[in-house]
Ligand binder design. Structure first.
Ligand SMILES: *Cc1c(COP(=O)(O)O)cnc(C)c1O
Length: 404
């Protein structure tokens, strides 16, 4: 049974550590991972947490402690993963448009690497031949995902090697002896429909026929979690059934066994996260009441960047009379978190929580307007522990050289 994180707990955390503050519910992360594991029980499947969703070192260590592997999107994340204690064979490096020197560095660390351009693949083949296996990231030419900015597999996308260039990859294998041990696609984020994954598998099976040394097919991440009330996430159990069916078929038909890899980010950490803010100002204007909180697009940019929906709760007053509010930030930009939401009456000083903010929340935070990044708190075993201090003025100046 999942231990609870109640509104009273969130209020206590806000009072103890101040606002704005991100809170992460450890056991929720674990229960999400267990749902994946049990759905894919009895299959040869590996999960790599897409660290870019949330990289606090304590979260990485927790992810490791529950038995999950890790996927990194920069060489710095690879180093954080090593620091968090992941063994190199449990680290995957999937990135794009990076310098070849980063790929060499990843090889020196001994981690798994997915390469996403012909250019880097050629350099790798010429330098290392058959001595070090790599995966290749393909662009499957499938349009899918929550919005265009988070769609990565379509024909206009910069991500991956376009399918129509696969012959060049095969030539490189012949010329340089490249050892291709995996094929990767990551079609986008918020892929609700299992059929999108099925399409991806179909594409990969077709390509797999031409690569006899394959060990795995990496289907990427992008599982959808529900954001709006009544919205549904990816049906993980249905996805698992589909994957089993397809991979069993492939194994029987071609007499080849392939492992399945996934790179879930959002699915593991999004619902575990809360951003708690405090209402500074109420302002009435026509039919709208603005509730201005002590945070903004510098702390949670998803609503403004992607038009993402985050549920808002007045955790200080859950039963009051409902009114419509537009919840805005305190940054000198239009930073609307939520428009015209029906919420129990808000008073200045109330705590407002934004739900489902564990993924791409703190991680995309900045110091815009010279404001501090929020504190981060881990809720684990029914206790709150500070895992990142709020910035202070010294942090704003830390890397500046005062030459004038
Ligand atoms: C961002 C990313 C993921 C994770 O996506 P989610 O939508 O958070 O699951 C997985 N793989 C790659 C290569 C990514 O860039």
């Amino acid at each position: 049974m999942l231990n609870q994180l109640t509104n009273a707990d969130l209020i206590n955390i806000a009072e103890e550590f101040g606002t704005p503050v991100y809170v992460y519910h450890a056991e929720k992360i674990k229960s999400q991972f267990e749902r994946l594991q049990s759905a894919f029980d009895n299959t040869d499947t590996k999960f790599f947490y897409a660290a870019k969703a949330l990289t606090n070192i304590n979260i990485l260590r927790y992810i490791k402690s529950i038995g999950c592997n890790i996927d990194c999107s920069s060489i710095n994340e690879v180093q954080l993963a090593i620091k968090a204690g992941f063994a190199p064979q449990n680290i995957l490096y999937t990135s794009n448009s990076i310098a070849f020197s980063e790929i060499e560095a990843a090889k020196d660390f001994g981690v798994n690497i997915n390469i996403d351009s012909i250019s880097n693949l050629e350099k790798f083949g010429k330098k290392f031949g058959h001595t070090y296996p790599v995966g290749i990231r393909l662009r499957p030419n499938i349009m899918a995902g929550g919005n265009l900015k988070i769609s990565t597999g379509h024909e206009g996308s910069k991500f991956g090697i376009p399918l129509e260039h696969i012959d060049k990859v095969i030539d490189l294998v012949k010329e340089t002896g490249l050892f291709i041990h995996g094929l990767n696609i990551h079609t986008g984020s918020e892929l609700k429909d299992v059929e999108i994954f099925a399409k991806g598998i179909e594409v990969l099976f077709e390509v797999a026929k031409q690569f006899p040394e394959l060990k795995f097919l990496d289907l990427g991440g992008g599982f959808k979690v529900p954001y709006e009330p009544g919205e549904e996430g990816t049906d993980i159990e249905k996805l698992a059934e589909k994957v089993k069916e397809e991979f069993n078929w492939f194994e029987k038909t071609y007499n080849r066994h392939l492992q399945v890899w996934f790179e879930p980010g959002k699915f593991l950490v999004s619902e575990a996260g809360y951003l708690i803010t405090k209402v500074n100002v109420l302002k009435e204007s026509g039919h709208t009441i603005f509730a201005g909180v002590d945070s903004g697009l510098n702390h949670l940019i998803r609503p403004m960047f992607y038009g993402s929906y985050h549920e808002v709760q007045n955790i200080s007053n859950t039963a009051g009379e409902k009114k419509h509010y537009t919840v805005v930030g305190n940054i000198c930009e239009t930073d609307t978190f939520a428009e015209n939401r029906e919420l129990p009456e808000i008073k200045e000083g109330d705590f407002i929580a934004f739900l489902n903010t564990g993924a791409y929340g703190f991680e995309m935070a900045s110091n815009y307007n010279s404001r501090f990044k929020p504190a981060e708190v881990l809720w684990k075993d029914g206790r709150a522990v500070l895992i990142r201090k709020r910035d202070d003025l010294g942090d704003l100046l830390k890397n500046q050289l005062q030459v004038l």
